[in-house]
Ligand binder design. Structure first.
Ligand code: MG
Ligand code: FE
Length: 168
């Protein structure tokens, strides 16, 4: 049976892989967005946060005596999930991107809530604090996206009606 410490390490590695995937998705989305500057700017800001989060989670892994080099298989698994969520190359790409981003942020929120509880259980206050700080950023991004979904949808539909490039 796994110890709580081993579970915590596994979940930290999962979170590290998740942040690597987030970085890829956010960067690809920002690169493709041409006509939605407000969304693009927020995604780029969260991309910076995401890179920092990846480094913070890595520090937790190393501080607990683990190696971040074993993240590859987990990364592959999460890549598959994320690709399934990705709305690229479809006619309503910007709407699908907003949907995927919102969904992804909630996977992150759940992951950090799990990590906070696990860190508390094993008495790792540093990891708990790190995950609490990251959680605030993920919740802020999710809340921003939730608020923007109607405007993004409206802009997409109006641009399409006006026959201008609407998809991204
Ligand atoms: Mg994140
Ligand atoms: Fe995030």
């Amino acid at each position: 049976m796994m110890t709580a410490e081993e579970n915590l390490m596994d979940w930290l590695r999962d979170a590290h892989a998740m942040e690597e995937q987030a970085e890829k998705m956010l960067s690809a989305t920002a690169d493709r967005l041409k006509n939605y500057p407000v969304l693009k700017e927020r995604i780029l800001a969260h991309l910076d946060q995401t890179r920092q989060q990846g480094r913070q989670v890595r520090e937790c892994i190393v501080r607990r005596g683990g190696s971040p080099s074993t993240v590859k298989d987990v990364a592959a698994r999460i890549t598959a999930t994320a690709q399934g969520l990705s709305g690229m190359f479809v006619a309503d790409e910007v709407v699908k991107a907003a949907l995927s981003s919102y969904t992804f942020e909630h996977m992150e929120i759940a992951s950090y809530r799990i990590l906070i509880a696990a860190a508390r259980e094993v008495g790792d206050e540093a990891t708990q604090r790190t995950c609490e700080a990251i959680l605030v950023e993920e919740e802020a991004m999710a809340a921003w996206l939730l608020e923007q979904l109607p405007a993004i949808t409206q802009q997409f539909l109006q641009r399409r009606k006006a026959d201008v490039t609407a998809k991204h």
